[in-house]
Structure formats: structure tokens, C-alpha cells
Design a binder for this molecule. Structure first.
Ligand SMILES: *[C@@H]1O[C@H](CO)[C@@H](O)[C@H](O)[C@H]1NC(C)=O
Ligand SMILES: *[C@@H]1O[C@H](CO)[C@@H](O)[C@H](O)[C@H]1NC(C)=O
Ligand SMILES: *[C@@H]1O[C@H](CO)[C@@H](O)[C@H](O)[C@H]1NC(C)=O
Length: 300
């Protein structure tokens, strides 16, 4: 009896030690925020780039990781980044919202220290001041489960991020002036996927395999409807929660929301379109051309 109890306490002690032992990993990011020319709708615009990229770099992390993100503001105005969906446990000083976080002055840097404590899922970051979001500065955040935590679906053959949303040809200062003047924003000029309009994104897939698509609506004014021609989508995650797995032909994604779906490439080899359209608007914008869902077979 006593021996058994000792063994139990030993096991418990070992378990406790393995739990307290070892800090969660750190991931370091060095970002430089600049203006730069972008042409998402075919006309030159002054975009907000992070390390020269539009959209900005993707944050790839695992539950509990510490994210140390040093942001240098090379714009000529104050800048702040907010981490949509990152819970900021016991801490409101890093959330990048004006009021709890001071703007980063032009020519200066700030280091965000975040921990994605107990979180999983798909999110995005975006600028939170001065309507900068209308010029870019957003990017995806992916939080994978730790290897010891079971995920309620088999590992997909690929994991794609889709940052979709409406877009204006007017720049962020002009759009802000419209709002500040007490008016509604006009109807958007187009829809973008991953910072591109009609000149194309291609996701290449292998026939028979299943892929995860993490879709966020990073737009300013409109809900979007997302679908993949000829394919069903299995909803598996909504903003960090594994959901009941329902099958959909199309999904409505409202502003700021992020969903994950699994799509199996189970149709005959050819190009399929990813289609995004505006929802609940009297006019409807459809984005479908030039976003190919390519089977790798047809590349040969
Ligand atoms: C940021 O990028 C700009 C433009 O490329 C460059 O001039 C500047 O030195 C960079 N700043 C930092 C801190 O990397
Ligand atoms: C700004 O960057 C420098 C050099 O990388 C670093 O030493 C400093 O801690 C940063 N300051 C802030 C407030 O993040
Ligand atoms: C936005 O465009 C207006 C002209 O329509 C221009 O005066 C202004 O400087 C531009 N703002 C930025 C940040 O480029």
C-alpha cells in the first residue's frame, strides 16, 4: 500500500516537474513599416507594406508561443498594429488599440510582447489608427496546436491563408476624410485576395488530397461570400474553436471574421475558381477571375 502511494507521489512529482519545466518557445519578428507602390486593382496606389510586403508577413506560431514583434514605423504618421483574436491574457498593454497602447511615432520602434496562451486557430493583424487598414499593413496569424494535443481532423496536405476583403482606389486619408465628414463610405471598387485583384493567385493542389483554407475577411465595409467552384467545404474552425463539422457550398464571412475549411480535391482535373462576392449589398461585386484552383496534373 505504502509503496504504491510512494510510486503515485513520485509519478505526480515527475508530472508536475515536466509541466513546470521549460518555458514556451520564443519567436522573434523584425518589421519595418513603409509606404510603397501597390497595384491591386491595376492602378498605382500608395500602400502600407511590412518588410516590403503587402499583405504583411504571416505569423506562424504554436499554442503558448511567445511572439516578440519589433515594429519600426517608417511612415510619416503614428502607427499601431492590433492583433485581432489574440487574447492578451492578463494584459491590455500590447493589444495595439489606441487608449491602451501609445501609437508608435514616425521614425521610432516598439516591441510587442504577446503570448498566444492556450490558443489555436486563424486570425489576422491589422493597423488600428487613421484608417491605415485601407492601405494595407495587415497579415495572417496562424496558431497551430501543440503536437501532444489531438486535432479533430487528419493533418491536411497543405494549409493556405486567404485574406479577402473589399478595396478602394481612394487612399486612406481620403476615405478617412469621408467618414470624418459624417458620410458613409462609397461602395468599394473591388475585392482582393491576398492583396491581389485580377492578376492572380494560384493554389496548386494534388488530386485526392485534402487542404485547409484559412479565410479571413480583412475588408472595411462589406461581408463576403466565399466558395470554391464545384467543391464542398467542411467547416472545422471558427476563430480558434474547432467547430461541429458541417459541409457548406459557400460561407458568409463578416468583417473581421476568420474561418477554416477543409477542401478535398475530388473533382476531375481542371482549373477551378475561388469565388468571393460581396454580401448584403444592393450592388454585388464578384471576384472570380484569375484565381485558379489548379490541379498539379495539368502543370505537366
Ligand atoms: C525601413 O525600410 C526603408 C525603406 O526600404 C529603409 O530606408 C529603412 O532604413 C528601413 N528601416 C529599418 C529600421 O530597417
Ligand atoms: C528599438 O530597436 C532597438 C534596436 O533593435 C532595440 O534595442 C530597442 O529595444 C527597440 N525599442 C523598443 C521600444 O522596442
Ligand atoms: C491621398 O490622396 C490625396 C489626393 O486625392 C492626396 O492629397 C493625399 O496626400 C494622399 N494621401 C496619402 C497618404 O498618400
Amino acid at each position: 500500500m505504502g509503496g504504491k502511494r510512494n510510486l503515485c507521489s513520485l509519478l505526480l512529482l515527475a508530472l508536475l516537474m515536466s509541466c513546470t519545466n521549460g518555458e514556451s518557445p520564443y519567436r522573434f519578428y523584425d518589421w519595418n513599416v513603409t509606404y510603397g507602390d501597390i497595384y491591386p486593382l491595376g492602378v498605382k496606389q500608395r500602400g502600407i507594406l511590412i518588410n516590403g510586403q503587402f499583405p504583411g508577413p504571416q505569423i506562424e506560431s504554436v499554442t503558448n508561443d511567445n511572439l516578440i514583434i519589433s515594429v519600426f514605423n517608417s511612415l510619416d504618421e503614428p502607427f499601431l498594429i492590433s492583433w485581432n483574436g489574440v487574447q492578451q491574457r492578463r494584459n491590455s498593454w500590447q493589444d495595439g488599440v489606441y487608449g491602451t497602447n501609445c501609437p508608435i511615432p514616425p521614425g521610432q520602434n516598439f516591441t510587442y510582447v504577446l503570448q498566444v496562451k492556450d490558443q489555436i486557430g486563424s486570425y489576422f493583424y491589422s493597423p488600428s489608427l487613421a484608417f491605415h487598414k485601407a492601405a494595407g499593413g495587415f497579415g495572417g496569424i496562424k496558431i497551430l496546436s501543440r503536437p501532444v494535443i489531438p486535432v479533430p481532423f487528419p493533418p491536411p496536405a497543405g494549409d493556405f491563408t486567404i485574406l479577402a476583403g473589399d478595396w478602394y482606389k481612394q487612399n486612406h486619408t481620403d476615405l478617412k476624410a469621408i467618414l470624418d465628414g459624417g458620410h458613409d463610405l462609397p461602395f468599394p471598387d473591388g475585392l482582393l485576395i491576398n492583396g491581389r485583384g485580377s492578376n492572380g493567385n494560384t493554389f496548386t493542389v494534388d488530386q485526392g488530397k485534402t487542404y485547409r483554407f484559412r479565410i479571413s475577411n480583412v475588408g472595411l465595409t462589406t461581408s463576403i461570400n466565399f466558395r470554391i467552384q464545384g467543391h464542398k467545404m467542411l467547416l472545422v474552425e471558427v476563430e480558434g474553436t474547432h467547430t461541429l463539422q458541417n459541409i457548406y457550398d459557400s460561407l458568409d464571412i463578416h468583417l473581421g471574421q476568420s474561418y477554416s475549411v477543409l477542401v478535398t480535391a475530388d473533382q476531375p482535373p481542371q482549373d477551378y475558381y475561388i469565388v468571393v462576392s460581396t454580401r448584403f449589398t444592393s450592388q454585388i461585386l464578384i471576384f472570380s477571375l484569375d484565381v485558379d484552383f489548379l490541379w498539379s496534373e495539368i502543370l505537366f
